[in-house]
Design a protein around this ligand. Structure first.
Ligand SMILES: Cc1cc2nc3c(=O)[nH]c(=O)nc-3n(C[C@H](O)[C@H](O)[C@H](O)COP(=O)(O)O)c2cc1C
Length: 377
């Protein structure tokens, strides 16, 4: 049944505090395509310690990455479900989001893997359904590379299948990509059910989010750029009787002074690997061009933007803790529910962010709430 809900009713239901996630560095080479020193590692010991630091520092989620082959850096890659499980097993509160790529994975396999992890640890596992940008990866493992909007049609069927398997017994589904007949998964995941995130910014991505996803994850952008996406998705979701939360990527450089932070950004760009950045840009822009409207996550990305894989500099969380906190609250005001963060030196900077930035965000949020309550009274 489609129940029309006005966007403002949806926003009133959002939890009070903006959430924080970090990118799990489970692929080698860090999150910027630059020869600048990055004190990070893709190995298990580093990642376990990072996850423990993150949950103590006020992070709610960790997002793993999926890559089946190297390209533009990322020479070595740990698989996302396996490493997510290891991180859940080594923490107490953190929710770890496993990246899933329809194509290599079948929804029955993912539903089973995630249900098992949820059962073993009492929840704390989510999925990020990504639709893919890397044609060479599909070719390398002998899988068909679908056109842009076909990839989203498949992802939507994937999400509908996952949700059906997790919530119904004798599940039936007749799609173009997946079929299920009287299928009953036992055991199912514990409640609350694993959340379903998705990554992508194109027309097809936004339409899918407004129909089936719990969360829409998008590349870094300006507050205005994010607002346009939020308004579009929430209006469409309301028409569909669906509610969707919004997560935005950012590469954080928090330092005691703005000048110090800017200097780090300048050094990242100055030491960028032009060949790799241009090749990456070519690949992702082509993947987006294949969408009918010729858009996508990286449609307007410049060379500098592309040095960070997901346009994380554009969100401009670069400066002092106070400046960053204010910008995060500005994002919240236009409807953002979660900020996904990448760092140069993960363990050190996640800890610093938790000590210096998150408390300021909470203060500003409380101040906003008090001001709002006064206006209402
Ligand atoms: C937060 C986020 C995380 C992503 N993680 C992955 C990933 O782990 N593996 C992958 O192949 N693509 C990943 N992607 C890229 C998506 O697969 C997709 O190609 C991209 O967002 C472009 O989609 P669009 O053309 O709809 O804008 C991610 C995207 C976002 C926004």
């Amino acid at each position: 049944m489609n129940v029309a809900v006005k966007p403002k009713d949806i926003s009133r239901n959002r939890p009070q505090d903006i959430k924080f996630a970090y990118w799990v560095p489970n692929v080698s080479g860090g999150l910027v395509i630059s020869k600048i020193e990055q004190r990070t590692s893709w190995d298990l010991a580093y990642n376990v310690k990072l996850a423990q630091i993150a949950e103590k520092s006020g992070f709610d989620y960790a997002l793993s990455q999926i890559r089946f082959t190297a390209g533009y850096g990322a020479e070595y890659q740990h698989e996302s479900v396996a490493i997510s499980h290891a991180l859940i097993a080594s923490t107490e509160r953190l929710n770890v989001i496993a990246a899933i790529l329809p194509g290599p994975w079948h929804p029955a396999v993912v539903a089973k893997q995630i249900a098992t992890i949820s059962q073993l640890h009492g929840g704390r596992v989510s999925v990020n359904i990504v639709s893919g940008w890397f044609r060479g990866e599909f070719q390398a493992i002998g899988l068909e590379w679908l056109d842009h909007d076909e990839r989203y049609r498949r992802s939507e069927e994937f999400i509908r299948s996952l949700r059906g398997i997790w919530t119904e017994d004798n599940f039936n589904f007749q799609g173009d990509f997946y079929r299920f007949k009287n299928y009953s998964l036992k055991p199912k995941p514990v409640h609350p059910l694993p959340e379903i995130f998705q990554g992508g910014s194109s027309r097809a991505a936004r339409d899918m989010a407004s129909r089936v996803s719990d969360w829409y994850f998008t590349n870094g952008n300006t507050v205005e750029g994010i607002k346009a996406q939020v308004d579009d998705i929430r209006a469409k979701a309301a028409e569909n009787g669906h509610s969707v939360k919004i997560g935005v990527n950012a590469f954080a450089i928090a330092r005691e002074t703005e000048a110090e932070a800017r200097k780090v950004l300048d050094e990242i760009i100055a030491k960028a690997d032009p060949e790799a950045v241009n090749a990456f840009g070519h690949e992702v822009k082509n993947a987006g061009k294949a969408s009918p409207e010729g858009e996508g996550n990286w449609a307007k990305s410049t060379f500098e933007d592309l040095v960070q894989y997901n346009d994380g500099f554009k969100t401009n969380l670069i400066g002092t803790p106070q400046q960053i906190a204010e910008r995060i609250v500005a994002l919240k005001k236009v409807g953002v529910d979660l900020v996904l963060l990448g760092f140069l030196h993960f363990q050190e900077e996640v800890e610093y962010f938790g000590k210096k930035v998150i408390p300021l965000v909470r203060e500003l949020e409380a101040r906003e709430a008090r001001a709002h309550a006064k206006v209402e009274a």
